[in-house]
Ligand binder design. Structure first.
Ligand SMILES: Nc1ncnc2c1ncn2[C@@H]1O[C@H](COP(=O)(O)OP(=O)(O)OP(=O)(O)O)[C@@H](O)[C@H]1O
Ligand SMILES: [Mg+2]
Length: 485
């Protein structure tokens, strides 16, 4: 595979050329063997551990790398900030098979750039471990996500509220284009640049649209971005993931999960769940994520207006139905997903009322989202579990059973189908925190590796799985997350 930086073709204005700032004593802390193999970069495969630590701390340059910090803007909690950008990240380049630009490789925590504002350009080890573990868990769960190739400790201290060990995390992504990348140029009235970005994104993510021209091309691009967000957020809802900071600068145009700063998992089912300390209004609460994704898509749509028609009103007439179509598309995808979690093949109009009632029962009783669906899946093979669930859930259980009786399959087939949608284990908040604390205290990645071994197989019960299935004593009532700076 070739390694180069296709983003450079866009020209100045899209980025700042910037080398990572070297760190004192880089040591490889976590390494993603599987991902490294799939990237298939000779210089990486041939490198030993200390050479990898050099490459993925920013101390040495990977052959072909041309580090840059990308410009982007973003709506943060609804307020527009015209100037954000990679303040602590360096995009090294992308892996390519020689035809189409492929996966991006980016260092995060690799030092200051022109976009750092008051920040130190660094990342603490805790958030780096969280990003690595959470993104691996999401990938294994089948959720579209950016991944991590490495965490390298720097031997330096970063100062937040307290002194913390520093790290550089290497992220691998379909691209680092965000809704905020488009907003950056639209806010400056640089629509040629918005168009260039679109064309680049089409080449990279939606090559099927390459032959379209003019308005049709950009409308199709928007529709494709809508489709990706529908799938993404539906998958988050399936596994109980709360992103925590769905600002437009954290919304990747590729439809991958990006930025694991204040993310968390829901335990007890409630659409109102919020864990992020800065999300005081609950804007990014679990059940509001689908609406926010549409709001973010509307911000993307606005940047495309001049590309669609010289007359803004006519452009808006063409664009609006595409953004509005998200609602129906999401509803359809969402209720099918919930139906499948409950073992139905698909969701009819009548089923929605039944399923809504089912979720309401979970909420009213404060039942654990993951464990309840795991137990419902296992209830087909165990009379004891079935009777436990029947008494926990109450009268709705029989309504569910009656509905399942209309499916033509046997119980075992239904259970098999449910298992595809219902994991046995997720990266629960209290385990994630404990693993991070243990890694930092011991200076060893062992706790993270043990956790990862289970999370990489989230639909199977391994001997070690049980240790990670328990719900926290306080039901996460006092749990808070913080933006991972
Ligand atoms: N320690 C830091 N030094 C400099 N800039 C920072 C620092 N932390 C965050 N920023 C910048 O603040 C903005 C918002 O940060 P946010 O936490 O959303 O992103 P991030 O976690 O740094 O990166 P990403 O979204 O790429 O995962 C971004 O422009 C980011 O580069
Ligand atoms: Mg961010």
């Amino acid at each position: 595979m070739e390694f180069q930086n296709s983003y450079l073709d866009l020209g100045e204005g899209f980025y700042q050329t910037a080398d990572p700032e070297p760190v004192r004593s880089p040591e490889l802390f976590l390494w993603n063997h599987g991902l490294a193999q799939s990237l298939n970069i000779a210089a990486v495969n041939d490198a030993g551990e200390s050479a990898r630590a050099q490459f993925f701390s920013g101390n040495a340059k990977l052959p072909g790398a041309r580090p840059i910090a990308l410009a982007y803007a973003g709506h943060q909690f609804g307020h527009f900030n015209p100037q954000l950008g990679d303040g602590r990240a360096h995009l090294l380049g992308d892996v390519s098979d020689g035809t189409c630009p492929g996966q991006d490789i980016q260092l995060k925590g690799s030092g200051k750039t022109a976009f750092s504002r008051g920040g130190d350009g660094r990342c603490a080890l805790g958030p780096a471990i969280r990003e690595f573990v959470m993104s691996e868990a999401m990938a294994a769960l089948g959720v579209p996500t950016t991944r991590c190739l490495a965490v390298v400790t720097t031997g330096e201290t970063v100062y937040r509220e307290t002194p913390l060990p520093g790290a550089v995390v290497t992220r691998v992504a379909a691209s680092h284009l965000r809704v905020g990348s488009f907003e950056y140029f639209a806010a400056r009235n640089q629509y040629d640049s918005v168009q260039k970005l679109c064309d680049y994104a089409i080449r990279k993510h939606y090559p099927g649209l390459n032959d379209l021209e003019g308005a049709e091309r950009y409308l199709a691009f928007l529709a494709a971005a809508v489709e990706k967000q529908v799938r993404l957020v539906c998958e988050w809802m399936r596994v109980g993931f709360i992103h925590g900071v769905m600002n437009t600068d954290n919304t990747a145009i590729s439809g991958e999960t990006i930025d694991f700063g204040p993310c968390a998992m829901i335990g007890a089912y409630s659409p109102n769940t919020v864990f992020s300390s800065i999300d005081t209004q609950g804007r990014y609460r679990f059940g509001h994520q689908p609406n926010i994704a549409q709001w973010n898509l509307a911000r993307l749509a606005e940047t495309l207006i001049p590309l669609v028609d010289d007359d803004a009103n006519r452009a808006i007439e063409k664009i609006t139905p595409i953004v509005m179509a998200y609602t129906d598309q999401f509803q359809k995808a969402y209720w099918n997903m919930i139906a499948q979690k409950y073992g139905l093949r698909e969701c009819t109009e009548d089923d929605i009322a039944l399923l809504t009632e089912g979720l309401d029962v979970l909420k009213a009783k404060g039942m654990d989202y993951t464990n309840t669906f795991d137990l419902l899946t296992r209830s087909f093979e165990s009379v004891a579990i079935a009777s436990e669930m029947k008494s926990e859930i109450g009268p709705w259980y029989m309504k569910w059973q009656d509905r399942l009786a209309q499916e033509t399959d046997e119980g075992a087939q239904i259970a098999e189908r449910m298992r595809k949608h219902n994991p046995v284990v997720i990266p629960r908040n209290h385990h994630m925190e404990q693993v991070i604390a243990e890694c930092i205290e011991s200076g060893s990645p062992e706790a993270a590796l043990r956790f990862l071994a289970v999370l990489r197989d989230p639909y199977q019960v391994l001997p070690e799985t049980k240790a990670y299935q328990d719900i926290p004593g306080d039901g996460d009532r006092y749990y808070q997350t913080f933006c991972g700076t």
